[in-house]
Design a protein around this ligand. Structure first.
Ligand code: ATP
Ligand code: MG
Length: 423
């Protein structure tokens, strides 16, 4: 009996049209980050559970309820990576890449989080991240922000995203703020939603992120983070804003942006859109100056961001070219003719780089011509008995009424170049 096995909830199949848009987005990002001299690294999909539970933080959404954690056959606790930064810092540290040097890295690939699947939120999703290791100035913060803006331009979505910026200050200013926030919210415990009440003891800053309207109303009167900033962080943030102003990059300072993960300090930011409903953050990042040291390395101030490809794809897919476009469709009747078609198609692809489909299997000429038309190809190349006998090919332009010509085989490549160059 046949068994029916379906894809696991939240793990999507990407069909060719969708995948083509992913590829487009990836190609644009790759080309822009290369211009800034960022180097790609490959990260394992599986890491020790500890890496995330310790570095991302026990009280975070990710560690609390979103990780895919399992014991392997050895009994070691492993986790499918929910994010890339912790793994990248481990990679850099373990391979001695930040010893007395700075690095600009990027990575791409799938991440895994056990969340409620919905539009723009999946259990396997793709991120591209950049991480700059060993640099502490606001100039590098500015660089990655300017670079992300260039990426939105390349994707044609620059008018639909805005940059929200904040500073968390150093560990002690964050702690002072946390105390003040808990003090304020404690007086309203009975009015807090369930999640926020839980976070009051586990991760109070995250309450600022709450999407519950009543909680948001309460927060309107809460103390604000910027008042608690230490002097160095204040200067760092001021300088960053100055650079962005001079570079002409617009932003909005949003004191509510805290980011979900424990390792952030000082600069934090999100690129948001209102075109995707409540899944509105397409890119988030910030500084994580203590992370390298936490992994046993020499202190190395660092900053980075991760963008969610799935959400970017939703934003750009309307305007993208469709997958499966075909330039030429090869039609042939008879065995020898079919061999000739295969050989010529090889030449066309090699010399002209055109997308060439060869009709597979047999079939009458008329049926093949119908397939050629349906493929969307601009030209059908027909090889029949007569053509074979005199080393010729019939070229029919499918989008031009009654346009057909016999071409000598040795002139075929030049002839096609003439046609396709006119595009
Ligand atoms: P959210 O608040 O939407 O859950 P997050 O703060 O958990 O986002 P980050 O950990 O900052 O997200 O990840 C960076 C980016 O990765 C997000 O801005 C988003 O674009 C994308 N992302 C995060 N989780 C998912 C998911 N489950 N499905 C699709 N994309 C995601
Ligand atoms: Mg999340």
């Amino acid at each position: 009996m046949a068994i029916k096995v379906k894809a696991v909830r939240g793990m999507r199949d990407l069909l060719p049209q969708k995948k083509a848009v992913f590829r487009f987005v990836e190609d644009q990002v790759r080309s822009i980050v290369s211009q800034y001299g960022y180097l790609e690294v490959g990260l394992p999909v599986i890491e020790s559970t500890q890496l995330f539970s310790r570095l991302v933080g026990e009280g975070t959404d990710i560690v609390e309820k979103e990780m895919y954690t399992f014991a392997d056959r050895n009994g070691d606790s492993l986790t499918l990576r929910p994010e890339g930064t912790a793994g990248l810092v481990r990679l850099a540290n373990e391979n001695g890449l930040i010893f007395n040097q700075v690095q600009r890295f990027w990575y791409a690939g799938p991440m895994f989080r056990y969340e409620r699947p919905q539009k723009g939120r999946y259990r396997q999703f793709d991120q591209i991240g950049v991480e700059c290791l060993g640099m502490d100035g606001p100039d590098i913060d500015a660089e990655i922000l300017l670079m992300s803006a260039r990426i939105w331009e390349a994707l044609g979505i620059e008018d639909n995203v805005t940059l929200e910026l904040n500073s968390l200050g150093d560990v002690s200013s964050r702690q002072r703020y946390q105390v003040a926030l808990i003090g304020y919210l404690n007086d309203y415990r009975s009015e807090l939603d369930e999640d926020s009440l839980r976070r009051l003891s586990s991760n109070p800053l995250r309450i600022l992120d709450s999407k519950v309207p009543d909680t948001q109303r309460l927060l309107a009167g809460a103390p604000e983070l910027p008042e608690f900033l230490d002097e160095d962080s204040r200067q760092h943030f001021g300088r960053l804003c100055e650079i962005l102003d001079q570079a002409g990059l617009q932003y909005r300072i949003n004191p509510r942006i805290v980011r979900g993960l424990d390792y952030y300090n000082r600069t934090v930011f999100e690129w948001v859109t209102d075109t995707l409903g409540s899944q509105g953050t397409v890119c988030g990042g910030g500084r994580y100056d203590g992370l390298v040291e936490q992994l046993g390395g020499k202190p190395a101030s660092s900053v980075g961001f991760a963008m969610g490809l799935d959400r970017l794809v939703l934003m750009v897919e309307e305007s993208r070219p469709k997958a499966g476009s075909v330039d030429i469709y090869m039609v042939s009747v008879g065995n020898q003719e079919r061999t000739k078609a295969l050989v010529l198609a090889e030449r066309i692809r090699r010399e002209l780089g055109l997308i060439t489909l060869v009709h597979a299997g047999s079939g009458r000429l008329k049926a093949q011509m119908k397939k050629a038309d349906m493929s969307g190809a601009r030209a059908a190349l027909i090889i029949g008995e007569q053509e074979l006998a005199c080393d010729q090919v019939t070229v029919r332009l499918l989008r031009v009424e009654g346009s057909q010509e016999r071409v000598k085989e040795e002139q075929l490549v030049d002839y096609l170049r003439g046609i396709f160059d006119r595009e």
